[in-house]
Design a binder for this molecule. Structure first.
Ligand code: ADP
Length: 615
């Protein structure tokens, strides 16, 4: 077999093989239109090579002319598929230029079949035999066809179109593609066209070997496509690896989710389907293969919680895209479980909800523990309330005994006065006045205590400390006189206002004064209780009740504010704890200490009214 036959048939079979492969790729993936166009280019190149062989071995001018005429058809197809390939592969090229190339090349093809023997020769007059690759081949000579320029114009336009598309791709950043496809196609097309022109114009004595150059183009195109296929397969492998990773992390997540006793459910809103993990099904009491429907799931929820869950789900889908709920579940076996769920809705690009993903877990134990804590808290609160009421009841008895005692003493005095033949009515009137005042005091004590029992808050008002202390001392003065205790009062001038509940504060003061009088009553010669009120820094007023009695033993000092701590035979041990409650409710502090010169001093502070403090 001759060298020419070997080269040309090898070239054709390579083209046909590449065409077959790419046709197959296109069949598998009709979107891969570049592969289809490439197949066309490769088949056309093979056909063109066949026509070239036909010309080289032609014995007669007619055979040569026929071969040349039919060679125009694959030539036309090569140009067309090149335009298509460049357009599809580089995603560039001006459409109007592409259509011009199609138009001119098609016109040339038509002229090829209509004018003269073909578009190159009007008539081939004779064949010349020339040596080529060590053999003798035919080349034609004759009258040239002037329409040849149309075909050549088409080729020039083809080169322009490809170069332009290459530049666009280059500018866009697809530099490698622009260089390999654009550059090589332009190069080979120019060379092929140039060689044909030189041959046809008789400048070079050689057979037409355009298919060799077309093959160059086909090889570059094939390389590009296989490069893409290689990249696709690499990506595919990467995808497989990452899919495997994904599967593994999915498995791990499932394990973690199962381990944490979480259940996952996914609701496809488009297909109206619900999928759930096995652990979710176990949680909700559904069998592994049982079909899931929203309504049947909702029916498992306690009737009292169902509507809330339904509403939360609907709201998540309609507006905010997520929900969180805690509800009771009644399983088919009647067991009740507490479930905590949270979920998120996924929306498509148009904002339409497509999927709901939910996570649920059993919180029955947590709820039970919470309930226990709540019960405990309630119990403590109850005990607290009971003890508070006990304190108040004792305090009431204690506080009320003072005005009642005073009333009794006054009534006795009045009785004595009335035994007189001419009783001093003014004196009796004054006594009755005192009785009335004591009665009012007892009444307001009861009212306040009732208020506390009803958990009423303190009725705080701006109070002048000096006035309040003075009034209170006046109230107990009669008792002091009866006990022969000297009651001293010292109030700093211009004390600021405090915010206080008058009656409560009076109670505290009375209690402290009586305690002081109790302490000094044990046979002291000149028993004395001293009440002072003065500024304590810039923010508070300090009121102190001091006595020169027996004082408080050091070990008792820490206990005297404890409820029921008393050292008195008839004491209740409630006065000081209640006083502390009242003072602390005013935002103040109360404490006791022993005087250096003997006796005890009880001090408490009251915060100054804000507006006044900031003046
Ligand atoms: P009660 O007056 O019923 O004893 P309190 O709570 O008022 O209850 O006082 C508790 C105890 O604090 C008193 O029993 C007494 O031992 C001690 N105490 C209170 N005030 C003084 C004081 N001025 N001097 C010494 N001890 C006091």
């Amino acid at each position: 077999m001759s060298l020419i036959t070997i080269i040309w048939s090898m070239l054709s079979s390579a083209c046909l093989t590449l065409a077959g492969i790419n046709l197959l790729i296109w069949c598998k993936n009709p979107k891969a239109r570049a592969n289809l166009v490439f197949s066309l280019a490769a088949v056309s190149t093979a056909a063109f090579a066949f026509c070239e062989l036909w010309m080289m071995w032609a014995e007669t001018t007619t055979a040569f002319a026929t071969a040349l005429k039919w060679a125009a058809l694959p030539g036309w197809l090569v140009s067309l598929s090149l335009v298509g390939f460049v357009h599809l592969y580089l995603r560039a090229g001006r459409p109007w230029l592409a259509w011009t190339v199609y138009g001119v090349r098609t016109l040339a093809l038509l002229l090829n079949f209509m004018v003269g023997q073909n578009i190159i020769f009007m008539e081939i007059t004779h064949l010349r035999r020339i040596p080529f690759l060590g053999e003798t081949v035919s080349v034609a000579e004759g009258v040239r066809n002037p329409w040849m320029v149309v075909g050549q114009l088409g080729l020039v336009l083809l080169v322009v179109f490809i170069a332009d598309a290459g530049v666009t791709a280059w500018r866009r950043g697809d530099r490698r593609k622009a260089l390999t496809v654009g550059g090589s196609v332009v190069f080979f097309t120019i060379v092929a066209t140039g060689q044909s022109l030189l041959v046809f114009w008789g400048i070079v004595q050689a057979p037409i070997t355009a298919s060799l150059f077309f093959f160059g183009v086909v090889a570059v195109m094939g390389y590009e496509l296989s490069y893409d296929a290689l990249r696709a397969s690499l990506l595919d492998r990467q995808l497989q690896v990452s899919e495997a990773g994904l599967r593994e992390s999915e498995e791990r997540m499932n394990l973690a989710v199962d381990g944490a006793h979480f259940g996952i459910w996914i609701r496809d809103l488009v297909r109206n389907q619900i999928w759930a993990t096995d652990s979710w099904r176990a949680l909700f009491g559904f069998k592994k293969t049982e079909p899931l429907e929203l309504e049947s799931i909702l029916q498992r929820i306690h009737s009292e919680d169902r509507d809330v869950v339904r509403m939360l789900l609907a709201r998540a889908i309609e507006n905010n895209g997520s929900y969180e709920a805690e509800y009771r579940l009644i399983l088919p076996n009647g067991e009740m479980h507490w479930i905590a769920s949270h979920g998120r809705v996924e929306f498509d690009v148009n904002g339409k909800p497509i999927l709901v993903r939910g996570l649920s877990h059993d919180i029955t134990e947590r709820k039970a523990a919470g309930q226990e804590t709540q019960n405990l808290r309630d119990e403590i609160a109850h005990v607290g309330r009971v003890s508070m009421m006990g304190q108040l009841a004792s305090a009431l008895a204690h506080e009320i005994s003072q005005p009642l005692g005073a009333i009794l003493r006054n009534a006795e005095a009045a009785e004595l006065f009335l035994q007189n033949a001419s009783p001093d009515l003014d004196e009796i009137r004054a006594i009755l006045d005192d009785i009335k005042k004591d009665d009012q005091r007892a009444g307001s004590v009861i009212d306040r205590m009732r208020g506390l029992l009803k958990r009423h808050s303190l009725e705080k008002r701006p109070v002048e400390v000096g006035e309040l202390v003075g009034d209170t001392v006046a109230l107990v003065r009669a008792d002091a006189v009866a006990r022969q205790v000297k009651l001293e009062l010292e109030i700093q001038d211009g004390l600021p206002l405090v915010s206080a509940d008058r009656v409560h504060l009076q109670q505290v003061l009375i209690n402290l004064i009586f305690n002081g009088m109790d302490a000094v009553n044990n046979g002291l010669e000149a028993p004395r209780v001293r009440v002072t009120a003065q500024l304590d820094g810039a923010q508070a007023v300090e009121i102190a009740v001091s006595d020169d009695g027996h004082g408080i033993p050091a070990d008792e000092l820490v206990h005297i504010f404890d409820p029921f701590f008393t050292t008195k035979p008839n004491g209740m041990g409630m006065g000081l704890p209640i006083s502390r409650t009242i003072i602390e409710a005013h935002g103040g502090r109360i404490w006791a200490e022993n005087n250096n010169g003997g006796g005890a001093v009880f001090r408490f502070t009251l915060p100054i009214l804000d507006e006044v403090a900031t003046k």
